[in-house]
Design a protein around this ligand. Structure first.
Ligand code: AP5
Ligand code: MG
Length: 191
């Protein structure tokens, strides 16, 4: 199994680079953000609850996303491996993930952290907001998402650095440039 976490601030390119990883390595994509947005679109109870947090740029409660992952691992076992996009986002989620994977005799192999400065992140998200229809791509919510990332999510990097899995990737440049940096790291684990 090849299990990859794609890590990084809002707008760092997690979704964009996930797509390229899926095409090349045939991994199963799990984006908790996409799952939550589809719950909102389908007006489920879970979606209604999640929207209260997402529209303010806050994290939804840990148990909510951990439950989603738990269900997915049971009902959608991956053949080659998973690419986790936007999960984990707190230390509690990271620990829950390790324990769910170890019960399946597998583990995280690589954590790719896309490094992009605030100026570029904000520019990308404002630009996307003009066309995306994403409720959280507004200047005020973008600010809050970035703050939440630095306060609650970025500290997780230390957890993965201690496990020896963390690779910092320069997330600036063309999508192709960034993907070739990613390939070099992934190919070392994928022989
Ligand atoms: P989520 O959906 O995960 O959003 P996010 O982390 O805010 O990140 P984005 O999806 O906005 O950006 P991205 O890194 O995927 O970049 P992208 O490739 O799109 O989470 C949304 C919300 O859901 C959270 O705020 C939270 O409320 C909730 N949530 C989700 N998971 C959770 C969890 N585990 N726990 C608790 N709450 C959770 O690129 C961005 C833009 O830049 C695009 O327009 C793209 O075209 C462009 N772009 C990409 N690459 C480049 C490049 N190289 N150069 C120029 N532009 C580029
Ligand atoms: Mg995304």
């Amino acid at each position: 199994m090849l299990n990859i976490i794609i890590f990084g601030a809002p707008g760092s390119g997690k979704g964009t680079q996930s797509q390229k990883l899926i095409d090349k390595y045939h991994l199963m994509h799990i984006s908790t953000g996409d799952i939550l947005r589809s719950e909102i679109e389908n007006r489920t109870e879970l979606g209604k609850h999640a929207a209260k947090f997402m529209n303010r740029g806050k994290l939804v409660p840990d148990e909510m996303v951990i439950d989603i992952l738990h269900e997915l691992f049971i009902h959608k076992p991956a053949k080659v491996g998973y690419i986790l996009d936007g999960f984990p986002r707190t230390l509690e989620q990271g620990k829950a993930l390790d324990s769910m994977l170890s019960k399946r005799n597998t583990k995280i192999n690589v954590v790719l952290s896309l490094e992009v400065d605030n100026k570029h992140l904000t520019e990308r998200l404002i630009k996307r907001g003009e066309v995306s229809g994403r409720n959280d791509d507004t200047p005020e919510t973008i600010k809050s998402r970035l703050q939440v990332y630095y306060n609650q999510t970025a500290p997780l990097k230390e957890y993965y650095a201690q496990q020896g899995n963390l690779s910092n990737i320069n997330g600036l440049g063309t999508i192709e440039d960034i993907f070739s940096r990613i390939e070099k790291v992934v190919d070392k684990h994928n022989y």
